[in-house]
Design a protein. Structure first.
Lengths: 288, 347
């Protein structure tokens, strides 16, 4: 391609990159959340439920309080409570964590219509938010901040070291005089807070209302990204961006005339998820 | 000891989950009061809404509005239920039939199978289904000529487009939505033979009706490719397209209900399916003992399909535009324009 041709494509290239970033926001946050949970030894299949919880809480609380920061803070608290609940079920009373994750997903999907019915009188979508409230840059800063804080916390602090051992050799923790359950609890609370913030961004930034099941498989894609990146934080983040890229490519390719049927492009991101999960099957048992 | 406690709690949580899922539907089963104890004074009508719920500002909202109008004007007893997922359709229809409602109206093509199974078991109860076709001596199927209205808004889009490029975003990729798409493209081509139409579908599962984030992303990609008007037929996902139109200062076209008010100044018009009229009419027929089973078709000719002009978009369409649109509308009604129908096309 000549330089002249490149110039012509530049604006749409910029738009495409922005689209990739937008789509990756909830994915990368959910993937980082999954990272904290899985590295501390709790397999996390409940990311879908956490995302949905964040989306529901976000759209509802912002509508009720009429303030973005207020709604965000309350949503994070609900996320922390969700993480606590997960900890209590999976670690405290020791139900199989995969089971807890699945139940958690069902629980949120089942309770959401109840809550919207109670508050807004409908089991469907919540009312749309005022566009004036909408954040412009904060979601990107938040995601970048979460990535940096997570990197520092995991690689540079004693807490990170404890989390690492909780996942690899949990018996070391108690023999060193620390409490395994505290480490797991903190990790799961982190997981809950980070993943619900992804849901919050989904319903208030990428959309302007909550809609039933709007997480649409993003939680599982995040899990696939985590597994494909072999539980390494920078690679997980890169994989989430890669999935965002496929989704954006799918949207873009569908809109240009092409010989392949649209169904093929629609299936692309999910196909990638399946391939990744299939390729790395042995990796699953290795870590979680 | 520890294990059994864990199991108990696990089962408690899962049964709570189930309860949350089913609570709206199961209530009807528990209180199965025989109706002949106290013959009801008023006509009893039940409305089973599709997954979008009564606040989807689109298809279901229209059905709900029609039923509410009937309740107010005709003095009937009206109960509406919203289905949390497609598996509940049959249960809801059956539970309401068991409670001896006189007329049960199901909204959405997804309930066809449910009514096909339930209606024969309750021959004395009348059923109506919107957007689906169910044959039976006690079922009325109401269909809309979506392609006619889509043709009309396609023509409007081509008239108002400055870039000669317009877009279409469908929800779930099903024949019903393809019907919108084909009509829209044909209408646009009739005005501007060189107009480019970008068409996209959100997904292949029912999640597509509830994915505003993806709908918005699609609309942004279309607007950035220079399409300046996008027609969206995607249920509750439509709000995402309206947000994108607002942010990029372009136009969108709404669907099913009159959605012009949702982003005033950015919604060119709405392709209105008068589901409210259909629901109201079938209730009135039932009240007058004039219920007719079989197929009823709403199109441009009987005002079942239309485009909307109100205070929110009257500045966007001027007098010459409206005259032109009206003449196309009359041509379709008179049969001078033949609108391609996806259902009748060779695939």
């Amino acid at each position: 391609m000549s330089l002249h041709g490149l110039e012509e494509y530049l604006p749409s290239l910029v738009q495409f990159c922005l689209s990739v970033l937008r789509i990756s926001l909830p994915l990368s946050l959910a993937a980082i959340a999954g990272f904290w949970s899985e590295r501390s030894g709790t397999p996390q299949v409940g990311l879908e439920g956490f995302l949905l919880l964040g989306a529901l809480a976000g759209a509802t609380l912002v509508k009720l309080t009429d303030s973005m920061p207020m709604g965000f803070a309350l949503t994070l608290m609900i996320g922390a409570a969700g993480g606590m609940l997960f900890y209590w079920l999976a670690c405290r009373i020791a139900i199989n964590a995969i089971l807890v994750g699945l139940i958690f997903n069902l629980l949120i999907a089942g309770i959401a219509p109840f809550i919207t019915k109670l508050i807004f009188g409908s089991t469907g979508s919540t009312p749309t938010l005022d566009p004036a409230l909408r954040w412009q840059f904060f979601p990107y800063l938040w995601a970048a901040g979460i990535l940096i804080v997570s990197l520092i916390l995991f690689h540079r602090t004693g807490f990170g070291l404890l989390v690492k051992f909780a996942g690899l050799k949990p018996e070391v923790i108690s023999s060193a005089g620390f409490s395994l359950s505290t480490v797991q609890m903190c990790s799961l609370i982190l997981c809950g807070v980070i993943s619900t913030s992804g849901g919050f961004i989904l319903s208030t930034y990428l959309a302007s209302c909550y809609s039933p099941m709007m997480s649409a498989g993003r939680g599982f894609m995040a899990l696939a990204a985590l597994i494909f990146a072999r539980w390494d934080l920078p690679r997980t983040f890169a994989m989430a961006i890669a999935f965002g890229f496929f989704e954006a490519a799918q949207i873009y390719l569908q809109s240009v005339n092409s010989p392949l049927p649209s169904q093929f492009y629609q299936a692309l991101p999910y196909l990638m998820t399946l391939v990744v999960l299939g390729l790395r099957r042995q990796g699953l048992s290795e870590m979680a | 000891m520890r294990k059994s406690r864990a199991l108990r709690i696990a089962s408690l949580v899962s049964s709570l989950t189930l309860l949350a899922f089913l609570s709206t539907s199961s209530r009807a089963d528990i209180t199965n009061v025989p109706a002949n104890l106290s013959p009801p004074q008023k006509l009893r009508v039940a409305l089973v809404l599709d997954r979008g719920g009564k606040n989807d500002n689109s298809f279901n909202s229209a059905a709900y509005a029609g039923a509410m109008r009937a309740k107010k004007e005709l003095g009937i007893t009206m109960k509406y239920v919203e289905s949390p997922d497609i598996l509940a359709f049959e249960t809801l229809n059956r539970a309401l039939a068991k409670r001896n409602y006189d007329l049960i109206i199901a909204i959405g093509f997804g309930q066809s199978d449910a009514q096909r199974r339930v209606a024969p078991q309750f021959p004395k109860i009348h059923f109506a289904i919107i957007d689906g076709r169910v044959d039976g001596p006690n079922v009325k199927s109401i269909l809309f000529q979506e392609h006619e209205g889509s043709y009309l808004v396609g023509a409007i889009a081509a008239m108002k487009s400055k870039t000669h490029k317009i877009g279409f975003i469908g929800g779930m990729d099903i024949p019903l939505i393809r019907r919108f798409e084909r009509g829209y493209i044909a209408g646009a081509r009739s005005i501007d033979s060189k107009v480019q139409v970008v068409n996209q579908y959100i997904g292949m599962t029912a999640e597509a009706w509830n994915n505003p984030a993806k709908a918005k992303e699609m609309a942004l990609s279309q607007y950035h490719q220079n399409a300046d008007i996008v027609f969206v037929a995607a249920g509750a996902s439509g709000t995402g397209v309206f947000d994108a139109a607002d942010e990029t200062h372009n136009f969108a076209i709404g669907v099913d209900s009159n959605q012009n008010w949702m982003k005033p100044g950015h919604i060119l018009t709405s392709m209105v399916k008068k589901v409210d009229v259909a629901v109201y009419d079938v209730i009135r027929e039932e009240l007058n003992h004039a219920f007719k089973p079989g197929l009823q078709i709403f199109g441009l000719n009987n005002n079942g399909i239309d485009y909307s002009v109100d205070q929110y978009n009257q500045n966007l369409l001027d007098k010459t535009d409206l005259e032109k649109i009206e003449s196309i509308k009359n041509d379709i009604i008179a049969g001078r324009i033949e609108v391609p129908d996806y259902y009748k096309m060779k695939k």
